[in-house]
Write a protein that binds this ligand. Structure first.
Ligand SMILES: *Cc1c(COP(=O)(O)O)cnc(C)c1O
Length: 358
């Protein structure tokens, strides 16, 4: 484990205030008392891993991230089990994806073990902030990296800052979601940044989320950039279709984000009598299948949202369409429960996905 210097906060959250926060954490409303910071200095590499009190940063107004958007992030959770031990779920996948995202954005790459050590440091120190498992609460951990070098020329920055912050969280979408199929916007294109977890992908997606809301939907279902024909993902979640023939179909990797939850669910599918299938699928196949009953269940998945039932679609071409009877499906609920039970240590972990912190 890398050596971290630790500077304790002089103003820790009181037990009473933390208990009040954990009683209704929301998402991103409260933050733990410390953060991990590691700076990358050109020529010297990653410097001085440290845990410091949660506070604002000083950043030069010319810092490259503020102008050209070199920023990447990750999201994972720490789960408290019934015996009070605290566990992570597949943090190695997040560490590896962080390297992939950094490479795509021409940023410095953080060694995977340093990423995992940083997460462990913060979670261990802030274990009191990990909520009890009731209502599927957890501590959401947000590692991220920015280009910190002050420089206005356009090139990749030389200096970067990596940090980890954390926020107690309940489930992100507490209700099933309807998806808007936008005719106007594109999230990703071949050769673009769709496979990187970068802030820019989100920045460009927000206008479409507003359009979705205006059309009675909670999220966008993105289609491909060239033809608006092939299903991609939801932009914070990957998407999956349960078929009447017992398949679990999800768009193949390419310009979508390779979700850890997506990968995990594909591996659990056979235990639910579903054959996992990764292949291109058109929006027409989906909407026809939903209409005919060939696709009785649809759900989206991601760390923050876990498994979110999709109960309807709306699009300019085909209007509002309900999935099944408009309620979360049987397979959807079973897979969701299975995944959550593994994460909280209530079900066997056949793939060795969970790692104990403390
Ligand atoms: C983070 C993210 C997901 C979900 O990935 P998980 O690893 O399962 O959390 C899906 N799509 C996009 C665009 C994302 O940023």
């Amino acid at each position: 484990m890398a050596e971290f210097s630790i500077t304790n906060t002089t103003a820790p959250t009181t037990d009473a205030a933390r208990h009040a926060a954990l009683a209704d954490p929301g998402f991103g409303r409260y933050y733990v008392d410390h953060q991990v910071v590691i700076d990358h200095i050109d020529g010297d590499g990653w410097q001085d891993p440290r845990v410091i009190p949660m506070s604002e940063w000083a950043l030069h107004p010319a810092a490259a991230v503020l102008h050209y958007g070199q920023e990447i992030f990750e999201g994972l959770k720490a789960y408290r089990r019934d015996d009070d031990s605290i566990w992570l779920f597949r943090p190695d996948r997040n560490a590896a994806r962080f390297v992939h995202s950094a490479e795509r954005m021409a940023m410095a790459t953080l060694p995977e073990d340093l990423f995992i050590d940083s997460v462990r440091q913060l979670v261990e120190l802030e274990q009191a902030w990990v909520p009890v498992s009731e209502n599927e609460q957890s501590l959401y951990i947000r590692p991220f990296m920015i280009a910190s070098e002050p420089y206005l020329g356009v090139r990749e920055a030389n200096n970067y800052r990596f940090a980890v912050i954390a926020t107690p969280a309940g489930p992100y979408y507490s209700e099933p979601v309807k998806l808007w199929i936008t005719p106007n916007y594109t999230r990703a294109a071949p050769g673009g940044t769709g496979t990187a977890k970068c802030g820019g992908n989100y920045a460009s997606s927000l206008v479409a989320t507003k359009e979705a809301a205006a059309n009675g939907c909670g999220q966008v279902l993105w289609t491909d950039g060239a033809e608006h024909k092939w299903v991609e993902e939801c932009g914070t979640m990957n998407i999956m279709f349960v078929t009447a023939d017992g398949e679990l179909v999800t768009p193949a990797l390419g310009s979508i984000l390779a979700g850890v939850t997506r990968d995990s669910i594909l591996k659990l599918a056979p235990m639910h009598d579903l054959t996992p299938v990764e292949r291109p699928i058109t929006i027409d196949e989906v909407l026809d299948g939903v209409a005919s009953g060939q696709i009785p269940e649809v759900f989206a998945c991601g760390t923050a949202a876990v498994v979110t039932p999709i109960t309807g679609f709306n699009s300019p071409d085909r209007g509002v369409q309900k999935v099944g009877d408009g309620q979360p499906g049987v397979k959807t609920r079973a897979i969701r429960q299975h995944l959550v039970d593994i994460q909280y240590g209530r079900a066997e972990d056949p793939f060795g996905w969970t790692q104990r912190v403390c």
